[in-house]
Design a protein around this ligand. Structure first.
Ligand SMILES: [Zn+2]
Length: 208
């Protein structure tokens, strides 16, 4: 924040309202020395007098802190820029999530086969069938947990696109879980047009 600029802006707006420093100070219930200090850029209005000052001068707090009247155009531009930045960040984190899902899937499958192999060795070398079933069970259980976790990622990361009408949406966990799938493409009913189709996973909410 540029204190000098804000001070000049306060002075300019005060004169537009045909107020002396003393008159402005009286309306705000402060000393004219304080107003003089703002206008020379020596200090900023504190929070308690800022709203009232802006009301008297007919400006917004955003104007005051910018040291100029912020036009509606650049105001909207600012909001749009922030929104775009947020969308971009969500797309990036969704991509990361979907990569994580693959890593989890691979590790989980490797773990299951490791358990089966170790179990098989115990069964053949030491005739301990129960060890085989124990390890097989552990491997299967972690595969189920990891699968549930991966399904959750597939549900929330990005969107599914309907083949019939192009509608993009985040499905419920139940419909992701219950649908036939090939890779990440799932056979689901579109909530927009109600038709069933093989819906692709897409990262963006809009067709790019
Ligand atoms: Zn549809």
């Amino acid at each position: 924040m540029d204190q000098i600029r804000i001070g000049m802006f306060i002075s300019e707006k005060r004169k537009e309202q045909n107020l002396t420093q003393r008159q402005l100070a009286e309306r705000l219930g402060i000393t004219d020395r304080a107003v003089s200090k703002w206008e020379r850029g020596k200090s900023l209005p504190d929070a308690s007098s800022m709203l009232e000052l802006c009301a008297v001068l007919g400006i917004t707090v955003n104007d005051l802190l910018s040291g100029e009247v912020v036009s509606m155009n650049s105001y909207n531009e600012n909001i749009e820029k922030n929104l775009l930045e947020m969308v971009k960040q969500k797309e990036q984190s969704d991509r990361r999530l979907l990569k994580t899902e693959i890593v989890i899937g691979v590790l989980s499958t490797v773990f299951l086969f490791a358990m089966i192999s170790i179990g098989a060795v115990f069964m053949m070398m030491q005739e301990k069938i129960w060890v085989f079933f124990l390890l097989f069970g552990i491997g299967l259980l972690q595969l189920i947990v990891c699968t549930m976790f991966c399904l959750r990622i597939e549900q929330v990361a990005g969107y599914y696109a309907c083949r019939k009408c192009g509608y993009r949406y985040v499905p419920t966990y139940g419909s992701v879980n219950g649908a036939m799938h090939m890779g990440r493409t799932r056979y689901m009913k579109c909530p927009q047009c109600g038709k069933r189709s093989w819906q692709k996973k897409v990262i963006s909410a809009e067709d790019k």
